[in-house]
Design a binder for this molecule. Structure first.
Ligand SMILES: [Zn+2]
Length: 316
């Protein structure tokens, strides 16, 4: 339900990838982790990456994945900020891939301040988008800004869910730290949008604020709020993974992977969440999509966590 498309626009998609310093080193590490040559970053990355991903899905337990576009940073008045952010994956990249392969479902990404935001939303819905993804703290989106209400209402009318990043982030540069707060999602929730808070508001780095309890409190107020456990089989984000199995929380959890973010279960073994034998068996699985799924199965997540997306996504 949460897999990133990555590309560099070499073949003319209009997308771009600009990596500096730590983000460049991290991207090289991720690419090698996936079994792709580091030179893929300079080649036709969209093609190399999507073909590799298709193989991983086909050999995993998953039927399909939601593949995410990545919007550019915008000012609140709708001016695109090409000087900020590290990548742009246009919606057509994921819409086209989804049209060609049943294993891919299109998760589009639209900054609601864009001057053509409503038209782009209509266009993406007509072309088969199953959800809309944004990273408020990285793309400079305040979801509680009243100017975006018509955008949220249109999403609600079309039954298009919002997958919104919540909590800290270290893979993509931060533009406005405050927008990591899940409480800002109250506005789209009140407009009737099904909102999936990516990572359930958990922290990414040791100094980030942890919003997990704020998010969990909002579940009682908003029946249309969910959370995903993407990137939570990791060294840095796994602290609340077991809490997500609580009986009042688990019915609101969806599986997501956050691929290509690495899957590392060491801390789950060290803190006793996963038995040593399971840890040893699962860590040997090469396919990161399958490894992530198996770690979550070993933690005891119910089958519904892995199939709930089918009820929420805009599937036609
Ligand atoms: Zn993500």
């Amino acid at each position: 339900m949460h897999v990133h498309m990555v590309g560099n626009g070499v073949a003319g998609s209009g997308g771009w990838l600009r990596l500096k310093g730590w983000h460049r080193a991290l991207a090289g590490f991720m690419v090698r982790q996936l079994g792709m040559p580091a030179s893929a970053l300079e080649g036709d990355l969209e093609k190399i990456y999507s073909e590799h991903l298709l193989e991983l899905v086909r050999e995993s337990s998953l039927d399909a994945i939601v593949l995410l576009a990545h919007e550019r940073v915008h000012d609140p008045d709708g001016t695109p900020r090409e000087d900020l952010g590290s990548m742009f994956v246009p919606n057509d990249v994921v819409l086209d891939l989804a049209q060609r392969h049943p294993e891919f479902l299109a998760g589009v990404s639209i900054h609601p301040a864009r001057r053509d935001a409503l038209e782009e939303l209509d266009r993406c819905i007509a072309h088969g988008a199953v959800l809309m993804k944004c990273l408020p703290n990285c793309q400079n989106i305040d979801p509680s800004d009243r100017r975006y209400v018509p955008f949220w209402r249109k999403m609600a009318d079309a039954r298009l869910p919002l997958l919104a990043h919540t909590g800290g982030e270290h893979t993509v540069p931060i533009v406005n730290k405050k927008f990591a707060d899940p409480k800002l999602l109250g506005t789209p929730l009140e407009c009737g949008v099904v909102v999936i808070a990516a990572h359930c508001g958990t922290r990414s780095g040791a100094f980030d604020r942890d919003y997990f309890d704020d998010w969990a409190a909002m579940l009682r107020e908003f029946p249309n709020l969910y959370g995903d456990i993407s990137a939570m089989v990791s060294l840095n984000r796994c602290a609340h993974l077991k809490d997500c199995r609580q009986p009042e929380i688990e019915p609101r959890i969806l599986h997501g992977s956050d691929f290509p973010v690495p899957v590392l279960g060491h801390r789950l073994w060290l803190n006793g969440s996963v038995e040593h034998e399971s840890f040893r068996r699962i860590r040997k699985i090469d396919n990161p999509l399958e490894r992530d799924f198996q770690f979550k199965k070993a933690l005891g997540f119910s089958d519904e966590v892995f199939t709930r997306a089918e009820k929420l996504l805009r599937l036609t």
